[in-house]
Design a protein around this ligand. Structure first.
Ligand code: CS2
Length: 486
């Protein structure tokens, strides 16, 4: 038997379930990129306030594969959320996703849903690379194959940007006001980045449309919850625990945070009742989270992977790693953060270390290592720029970057191939793999200016620091390099 509206009544009493009738929900939000993160974060905050207003149900769109739709549509969009740490677990069924669409199969259905006047918010978790932008400059990559395709085929788009602009064009011609755009990806000023790429794309299509888009609301957000990819074991354990089959449950940690700029001309769910924090400017929160959490995460991922740690918790247990990460946060990142009056930064950092240690989450270093070329700029390189400007040291940050270079080259410490997933993987491996010497590898990778920007690409002191760090990493190995911080 499958989890569905029909079987909700059969769930054990310990399983929390929707406090509203899922059959009465209507779609008010279209979410592009219905992956695990959305389902553990925005969909959960929304689920908590639907009893007040059932018009904010979510239509979840996959831009690539039909897997999520295939798993959840037979379950009426319902799925289980298992929240766990070393101390215990809670199990809840989430009902906020009411419709599932797979864009490549039926782009027209997605556009119709986005153009529908009842859709007032279009939110996104499409990962960094989904923005088709140059990570160093934040500008639309006009040569991106999906951008080129979508400009030529506006009614059958592939990219999120293409879908958004076509849907806005249809709304404009029908006299329907634009929806609010809500980026929930780990990019600094994600609302601005999104609006910039969308506006530029519209300019290339039709300047009149670009003028309309310039006026739309695209608040920035800071999102936070650690959500590892679901495993087969999660599926079978959770299905056994709830007594019906759930084809795609989600496992996550207790911590969750969502800070949002309050700019929703067509309204929004009463998310504040679920703990969402509304602010005028999210930039400081975003910088803090991207640099402290995600910067540490990427450092843990590359060094941990190279040293043979499969999960973040295992990487944290490597001798010296905790001291390295704590030092990175305290000595090198925190001094670059603007003041946040009344905010206890030390407690935030302590909580991060504890979250990274969570033994109940099997968060693979390989998963976080993905798409490094898109992540490095906002996680480590911006911090390094600030440290250079302040004439301050950045040895631990450089170790994170050198570990990325070592990893992205595509050969592990035993010379075996690494399954590097990154839009630039081919180019990076072609440039760096044939080269044996650290100075050559660093020089080759610094030429990737969409990662390093023109400034860092040509900064000699930065280059020398990386060469020195990569040389140590290559001669001693990652485990020993980490151990030296013990
Ligand atoms: C991680 C993030 O996969 C990654 O790159 O660093 O997904 C991280 O778990 C989230 O940003 C936590 O909020």
């Amino acid at each position: 038997m499958r989890l569905s509206r029909q079987t909700l009544d059969r769930l054990p009493a310990t399983v929390e379930r929707p406090d509203y009738d899922p059959a009465r929900l209507a779609v008010g939000i279209v979410h592009l990129g219905i992956g695990a993160f959305h389902r553990a974060h925005q969909a959960v905050f929304t689920d908590a306030v639907l009893a007040d207003d059932p018009s904010w149900g979510i239509c979840g769109v996959s831009l690539r594969s039909p897997e999520t739709r295939d798993a959840l549509a037979p379950q009426d969009g319902l799925y289980t959320l298992k929240v766990q740490d070393g101390e215990g677990e809670e199990v809840q069924v989430i009902g906020s996703v009411v419709e599932l669409l797979c864009a490549p199969e039926d782009p027209e259905a997605v556009l119709a849903r986005m153009a529908n006047p009842a859709t007032r918010i279009v939110s996104l978790t499409i990962t960094e690379k989904g923005y088709c932008h140059n990570p160093a400059t934040g500008k639309l990559d006009e040569g991106h194959p999906d951008v080129v395709h979508d400009l030529q085929n506006p009614a059958r788009p592939k990219s999120a940007v293409g879908f958004i602009v076509e849907a806005l064009a249809r709304r404009a011609s029908a006299g329907v006001p634009p929806f609010t755009l809500l980026s929930c990806d780990n990019l600094p000023s994600n609302g601005h980045v999104l609006k910039n790429v969308v506006t530029r794309f519209a300019e290339l299509r039709d300047p009149a449309l670009a003028n309309i888009i310039r006026e739309l609301a695209s608040p920035s957000t800071m999102v936070d919850r650690i959500v590892p990819a679901t495993t087969e074991k999660d599926r079978s354990d959770i299905s056994a625990a709830i007594g019906v089959v759930d084809a795609w449950p989600i496992v996550t940690e207790p911590f969750r945070q969502w800070v949002v700029e309050d700019d929703f001309p067509l309204g929004r769910p009463a998310w504040e009742k679920a703990g969402v924090v509304f602010v005028d400017d999210v930039a400081v929160f975003e910088m803090m989270k991207l640099r402290l959490l995600n910067g540490s995460h990427s450092t843990l991922a590359y060094l941990g992977y190279l040293a043979g740690a499969e999960t973040v918790a295992e990487a944290m247990a490597l001798p010296g790693m905790e001291a390295l990460i704590e030092g990175l946060m305290v000595e090198e990142v925190s001094p670059t953060l603007p003041a946040l009056p009344g905010f206890d930064l030390a407690a935030y950092r302590r909580a991060l270390l504890q979250r990274f240690r969570n033994p109940a989450l099997r968060h693979r270093t390989w998963q976080i290592a993905m798409d490094g070329s898109q992540k490095l700029p906002q996680r480590l390189l911006g911090t390094i720029r600030d440290r250079i400007a302040a004439k301050a040291s950045y040895d631990r940050l450089a170790l994170g970057v050198a570990a990325w270079m070592r990893y992205a080259r595509g050969l592990d410490e035993k010379g075996a191939a690494i399954d590097v997933r990154d839009p630039l993987a081919g180019r990076i491996a072609a440039a760096a793999q044939p080269l044996p010497r650290p100075e050559e590898i660093v020089a080759a990778l610094l030429r990737v200016t969409e990662v390093f920007g023109e400034d860092l690409s040509s900064d000699e002191a930065f280059r020398d620091t990386l060469v020195r760090t990569l040389a140590t990493l290559m001669s001693k190995g990652a485990a020993a390099a980490v151990k030296s911080f013990a």
